[in-house]
Design a protein around this ligand. Structure first.
Ligand code: SF4
Length: 259
């Protein structure tokens, strides 16, 4: 019901991808960050303004800039405003939808490190959605790989990056560009295009591009299962065994985010 959902939403907040489109240009930053409190009828002990200024400070912004408008901030600062807004209700879970992909590369590390600090200090859980494999490795403890709308593999970070079992995960990792460590043998080149999700292939959705596909892959949808009783789950009839080629793991390591 609506009332239940409304209560639940206080625990679930979102950080949007585009810090330019996700802030109302006609509202001051103070009003934007205060909005979740007002919508939920919450008056913090020290007042709304004080709480908003605390939140601005928490994300590394000057609390005195309470009355400024979004256009007076840079892209990275705007994303910090969006993060402050997401923190206003002290949520338990934040969905971060490509939170740094719209930012300049030099700013990405600052925002990622801010989020990591919040994750640690506020004991927050994140669902962090991204295409950047280095950023995911830097930020996430557990990683789920999706292909055509389905999770094909899920596991702890180190397992996914060093011992991927799904062919698609392997191909993804092998595509990390690093001219110093990746020779031609390490790169897996997928052929063909991604099929339309409106009419996905039967059985395994990856079968039209998978080099290991068999008849079984066309008729039987693979379930997410663990091979060794561990926490790594793979949806594949013929999973890969062993670690990734030398160089692929190193390339992922080399892309750790640094400020
Ligand atoms: S189930 Fe078959 S087609 Fe799908 S990833 Fe595994 S081997 Fe490839």
């Amino acid at each position: 019901g609506r009332r239940d959902l409304r209560d639940l939403r206080q625990d679930l907040q979102i950080i949007f991808q585009d810090p330019y489109a996700s802030l109302n240009p006609r509202h001051t930053v103070g009003r934007i960050v205060a909005m979740p409190l007002q919508v939920n009828g919450i008056t913090p002990p020290g007042g709304v303004k004080r709480r908003v200024q605390e939140l601005l400070e928490l994300v590394g912004l000057n609390p005195e800039h309470y009355n400024r408008y979004p256009h007076e901030f840079s892209g990275g600062q705007r994303q910090r405003v969006g993060i402050a807004r997401a923190l206003a209700l002290e949520p338990k879970l934040i969905v971060a939808d490509e939170p740094v992909s719209a930012l300049d590369v030099s700013i990405q590390a600052q925002v990622i490190n801010l989020l990591r600090g919040l994750q640690r200090d506020l004991d927050l859980a994140f669902v962090f959605i991204a295409h950047d494999l280095a950023v995911i490795r830097h930020f996430c403890h557990r990683v789920a790989v999706m292909y055509l709308g389905r999770i094909v593999e899920i596991g702890d970070r180190d397992a996914i990056y060093t011992r991927p079992q799904h062919p698609y995960t392997r191909a993804l990792l092998s595509a990390i560009p690093d001219v110093t460590t990746l020779g031609p043998a390490g790169r897996i080149r997928l052929t063909g295009d991604v099929p339309t999700p409106l009419n996905p292939p039967s059985g395994c959705r990856f079968r039209t591009r998978c080099w290991k596909a068999t008849d079984r892959c066309a008729t039987e949808t693979p379930a997410l299962t663990t091979r060794d009783g561990g926490t790594q789950l793979t949806a594949c009839h013929h999973p890969e065994a062993g670690p990734v080629a030398v160089g692929v793991a190193d390339a992922a390591d080399a892309q750790e985010v640094t400020e």
